[in-house]
Design a protein around this ligand. Sequence first.
Ligand code: SAH
Length: 250
Amino acid sequence: MNKVHFVGAGPGDKELITLKGYKLLSDADVVIYAGSLVNPALLEYCKEGCEIHNSAHMDLQEIIDVMEKGIREDKSVVRLQTGDFSIYGSIREQVEDLNKLGIDYDCTPGVSSFLGAASALGVEYTVPEISQSVVITRMEGRTPVPSKESIESFAQHQTSMVIFLSVQEIEKVVERLIEGGYPETTPIAVVYKATWPEEKSVRGTLLDIAEKVKENNITKTALIMVGEFLGENYNNSKLYDKDFKHEYRF
Ligand code: SAH
């Protein structure tokens, strides 16, 4: 029996899918793609006659039904998800339903948008001695966030933070970051549609970013990146220090 293939589409640029994902996509008989965020240009890789479904118009049961029908007909089924499915990808519920049906699946990762956004700005989240951890989080919306994971609690660490799904409430995010402990002068950036042709980014501090985001009409499909990793200060890594042993280099 065929498997359902979950494939990470990457953040937008149609060349940022993996080679393995590309092969699965171009071989697929049935593709279910997340129409609200996957760049439709990726569908140009599909073969002629491939059956394409946009999951933006489907509920979970409808998605599972399409997968099940395809597999029972011995077709190759690809579920194409934005970025990587392990980050806000709703993959768990799909996998659990496939398990109940006895349908096997495999997963091919993608480049998540938080990586696309770092590339857009040419920055490193883990600058030596400035920050060595990255927090990926979101503010609650229709989907709640456990109270132990409040923005304020993560802000206490003043490390690098990437906030998904929250740009529509940038003022509130900023307020909570300051409340949690970041100084008002902390650098912050918002990247809209990283790696898409229409990509846009704004940089500022906690004091002025909300205004800049409004001026640029950014209301969705954006990431908020905050922390001193975006600032002027940096230290060289030990890794390429001339006195450091070469066998540790990678
Ligand atoms: N699985 C995806 C995230 C899905 S949640 C991933 O790995 O990237 C959807 C949210 O991701 C959006 O609201 C936005 O905050 C962010 N996002 C997705 N694609 C983006 C892009 N190209 N640029 C900036 N943010 C993006």
